[in-house]
Write a protein that binds this ligand. Structure first.
Ligand code: AMP
Length: 415
């Protein structure tokens, strides 16, 4: 299967060549021809499956033609649940669109960045907008944006929109869009809620489900290393050095822990930086950008970086603190082994983490051998009472999950 056989135009084939993709991914192979045919589409696919290109390429092709003469009007709208994801999608659209004979203008409309500047940029006109729902509605209420020409709506990571409480905003956006448009929805999991939403706005959608067994998890080498909590820092430095880890995303559970670990790594002469909701939007953008550019080696993050973020060829993820839920474990793991690359996830397990990690294993249907590293053996006896240490996620959002949702939306600094 080749990209040209999917019906893509030559300038987009050139863009794919520049990006270095040789063959379409499963999702691309299935989705591109359907989108080009003008059908509504529901795709169940996680990040790492090439889903962004699967909508970006055909939408660019369809938007190319003049919809309203020479005037630049927004013809395509992508909604994303977090600013980072929105910016990532916008960058992808820009990159693929660069090879077009008549280049398109794209714009990111996201919270946390100066709204006046976005309004000024909108005055210059844009063909495609990538937005977080809240900021988009803000611009709509200021009459700063004209959505009456929108022909394509993409809802990315629809399930996260629900997790993050964006649904009312999403429905409000649907109300201000013209009725005659093509709708594309992407979601890692197709839940009841997602289905209910699609019934509200999609017309006879085609459904694509990621190929069974194609999940990137199979390319991930998962390791569980037992170590005393107070020895995790030295063990991390030891592994980075002795196993020559080129780049690592380390997850901790709080902003404070992230900052403290960065200080320790820097003291040990290892280039590191922190990524979390305590940073300004500009700082977040810079840190993530530099890490993606491989300008430093270790990024220490809260779960803010667990979802959606795409770091090209990231080889190692470390659960310095264990994730709270099996879902979060999967999301963190999804930062590595992307696009067919291999990756390793290392979880540090102290006495107090044993039962919680066993639960994660049970829920994710894995069972990992416990490794121990010479010089860092787990010592002492497990504490008898482990209650209350790591609450397991139930159906209602915990305070921490709420904080996380707000941090992703840029409204909370606790995560
Ligand atoms: P996504 O699932 O959209 O987050 O994409 C994950 C990563 O896969 C990104 O870094 C893309 O640049 C890359 N990618 C997308 N399509 C392909 C392809 N056909 N071949 C190789 N890499 C790809």
């Amino acid at each position: 299967m080749t990209f040209s056989s999917l019906g893509l135009a030559q300038d987009l084939i050139d863009a794919i060549r520049v990006a270095g993709y040789e063959v379409p991914s499963f999702v691309q192979e299935k989705a591109i021809p359907i989108i080009l045919r003008g059908r509504d589409l529901i795709v169940q696919a996680k990040t790492g499956t090439g889903k962004t290109a699967s909508f970006a390429l055909p939408v660019l092709q369809l938007v190319k033609g003049p919809v309203s003469g020479d005037k630049r009007v927004i013809k395509g709208l992508v909604l994303a649940p977090s600013r980072e994801l929105a910016m990532q999608v916008e960058r992808a659209l820009k990159a693929y669109g660069r090879q077009l004979a008549k280049p398109l203008r794209t714009i990111a409309l996201i919270g946390g960045l100066n709204v006046d500047l976005q309004i000024r940029n909108l005055h210059h006109g844009a063909d495609l907008a990538v937005a977080t729902p809240g900021r988009l509605l803000d611009l709509v209420s200021r009459a700063a944006i004209d959505l009456s020409y929108v022909k394509f709506l993409v809802v990315d990571e629809a399930d996260k929109m629900f997790d993050l409480g964006f649904v009312e905003e999403l429905e409000a956006v649907l109300k201000v869009l013209p009725a005659n448009r093509q709708n594309l929805l992407f979601s890692a999991t197709i839940t009841e809620k997602v289905i209910r939403l699609t019934q509200k706005f999609m017309v006879d959608p085609v459904r694509i489900t990621e190929e069974e067994g194609s999940a990137s998890a199979e390319l991930v080498n998962q390791r569980a290393i037992t170590v005393n909590r107070n020895n995790r820092g030295p063990l991390l430095r030891h592994l980075i050095r002795t196993e020559q880890w080129p780049q690592v995303l380390v997850f901790v559970s709080s902003v404070r822990d992230a900052d403290m670990l960065v200080v320790k790594l820097l003291k040990a002469g290892i280039e590191a930086d922190a990524f979390h909701g305590g940073l300004t939007q500009a700082q977040r953008v810079r840190v993530l950008h530099d890490f993606k550019d491989k300008k430093f080696r270790i990024m220490v993050s809260t779960d803010l970086a667990a979802r959606g973020i795409d770091i090209h060829k990231l080889p190692y993820v470390v659960n310095y603190d264990l994730p709270r839920s099996a879902d979060d474990y999967i999301h963190r793991m999804g930062r590595t082994a992307r696009a067919g690359e291999k990756g390793t996830v290392v979880s540090f397990i102290g006495h107090e983490d044993q039962s919680h990690f066993s639960l994660i294993e049970k829920k994710t249907r894995i069972r990992l051998p416990r490794e121990s590293i010479e010089g860092f053996l787990l010592t002492g006896a497990p504490m008898l009472k482990e209650k209350g240490n790591m609450p397991v996620k139930g159906h209602r959002m915990s305070k921490k999950d709420k904080a996380r949702a707000l941090a992703l939306r840029g409204e909370n600094k606790l995560l």
